[in-house]
Ligand binder design. Structure first.
Ligand SMILES: C[S@@+](CC[C@H](N)C(=O)[O-])C[C@H]1O[C@@H](n2cnc3c(N)ncnc32)[C@H](O)[C@@H]1O
Length: 434
């Protein structure tokens, strides 16, 4: 199943409760005030330019950028309020396979940052938690500040100053620009580079960060946060998130499996480009990689099992470091075809905010647009029955090809019916773990 083609889809405007307007254009969705800030013209009767992503009021032709709300033409002083800007949920579908965004972190451009900024689940959770956790006068580190959105919420909550670290100079410049526009130029200190290589002039009261992959540690977040806690945080200071649990559950996802043996992931550029990508990684087959895929709860074959609990505020307990090996056993709860594992995390961001990305409702936004879920496929689908067992050994080894965010994941095990081994699987994103 594929989503609508954004190039041919006509813009659509729908009035929503609360005097808001939903605009869909060019594969993106925006929710804005329904009336023009100039003289209250009804924007539902206005004109949307899908190429420039602007909306014009029918009354006096004031025109606004749908992503930022800034007025770009026509009368009036005030911007248009934008409540949500991001990918149109209908643009992707359940079980649609995408390349793992975490593996491409060093190449993320403006487009991926915009996708994150439009990810309702992520944005609402972080905004609420930062507003709750940052106290007036706090000195804050926003590690991996990106476009500076978390820093902005910390500043709005009264932070005395925020250090914003990012290794991506272009996106860091955007953060500095946006925060200056918002009046925070003197309280935001951008620092360019990899956090391991940087020093701060003072220790901070709270480290805020959103550097989790959909399996939590697929952007090496625990090593990065351990280092930040040791070198940047005041004694007794806080880490946000404060706790991150990651889970794996066996699933049936036959459509996802078929994409891997057919066209390849949605964004791989077709079968030939996908084969070239796998060859460049030294991967034997499409099953030697994990993917970003929304995997519905209805496809769970057993109860999810915790693979790792990480508490950023404390030194890791032995056996929970960045390289680990975890044996897990599942009892199959319904008949189906086992095609792999779904991975996801649940993070405690503050005392009252948990961010759980396991949901599967794309329209209702219980799933995350930017994370989706982590799909760890097995090469041969296996028909399983209620009462069968799946034994899994999951392991992670830190470091891959000199990439500070790389790692090797391996998932191997067997499917058992009674005492009979029905099939075995052994997949790895790199050379087999020792
Ligand atoms: C998932 S994005 C989040 C951006 C922003 N905080 C937000 O919430 O929209 C993570 C950002 O952290 C940066 N990053 C991740 N690890 C880093 C590290 N160890 N040092 C510096 N930058 C890092 C990446 O370049 C990326 O811009």
């Amino acid at each position: 199943m594929t989503g609508p083609d954004p190039a041919t889809e006509l813009p659509s405007l729908t009035e929503l409760p609360g005097d808001r307007l939903r605009v869909r254009a060019a594969g993106q969705e925006f929710v804005v005030d329904a009336s023009c800030p100039h003289r209250k013209g009804r924007l539902a009767h206005g004109f949307v330019n899908a190429a420039t992503l602007r909306i014009s009021c029918p009354l006096h032709h004031s025109s606004f950028d749908l992503r930022t709300g800034c007025r770009v033409r026509g009368p009036g002083d005030d911007p248009l309020t934008v409540y949500r800007a991001g990918i149109w949920p209908g643009y992707y579908a359940a079980e649609q396979v995408w390349l793992p965004a975490s593996e491409q972190l060093l190449e993320w451009g403006e487009e991926f940052h915009e996708l994150m900024l439009g990810d309702d689940l992520r944005m609402t959770a972080f905004r609420t938690a930062i507003t709750e956790a940052v106290r007036p006068g706090d000195v804050v580190l926003d590690l991996g500040t990106g476009t500076g959105i978390l820093a902005r919420w910390a500043l709005e909550a009264g932070a005395a100053r925020v250090y914003g670290i990012d290794l991506n100079e272009t996106v860091l410049a955007t953060a500095a620009e946006r925060l200056a526009e918002a009046g925070f130029a003197d309280r935001f200190i951008p620092l360019s580079g990899l956090s391991f290589d940087l020093e701060l002039p003072e220790r901070v009261d709270i480290v805020i960060s959103e550097i989790m992959g959909n399996l939590a540690d697929n952007e090496n977040f625990s090593a990065i946060l351990d280092d930040a806690r040791e070198r940047f945080l005041k004694p007794g200071g806080a880490m946000l998130p404060s706790l991150v649990d990651s889970f794996l559950v066996p699933v049936t996802a036959e459509s996802a499996h078929a994409q891997l043996t057919g066209e390849g992931p949605r964004d791989a550029g077709g079968p030939e480009a996908f084969a070239a990508l796998l060859a460049a990684r030294g991967a034997q087959d499409p099953f030697s990689l994990y993917y970003d895929t929304v995997l519905p709860l209805a496809g769970h074959l057993a109860s999810p099992r915790l693979i790792r609990r990480y508490a950023p505020g404390a030194a890791p307990e032995p056996g929970t470091e960045t390289s680990y090996r975890v044996p897990l056993a599942y009892t199959v709860q319904r008949d189906g075809v086992f095609t792999g594992f779904k991975g996801y995390f649940v993070a405690e961001l503050s005392d009252s905010v948990a961010l759980d990305i396991s949901g599967d409702d794309i329209e209702g936004r219980t799933t995350s647009d930017s994370w989706k879920h982590c799909y760890l496929p097995v090469e041969r689908p296996v028909r399983v029955r209620r009462g069968d067992r799946i034994a899994l050994t999951f392991s992670r080894r830190g470091g891959r090809d000199g990439n500070p965010f790389g790692q090797t994941y391996s998932w191997e095990g067997q499917v058992l019916s009674g005492s009979r081994v029905v099939d075995r699987f052994a997949q790895s994103t790199g050379p087999a773990a020792g």
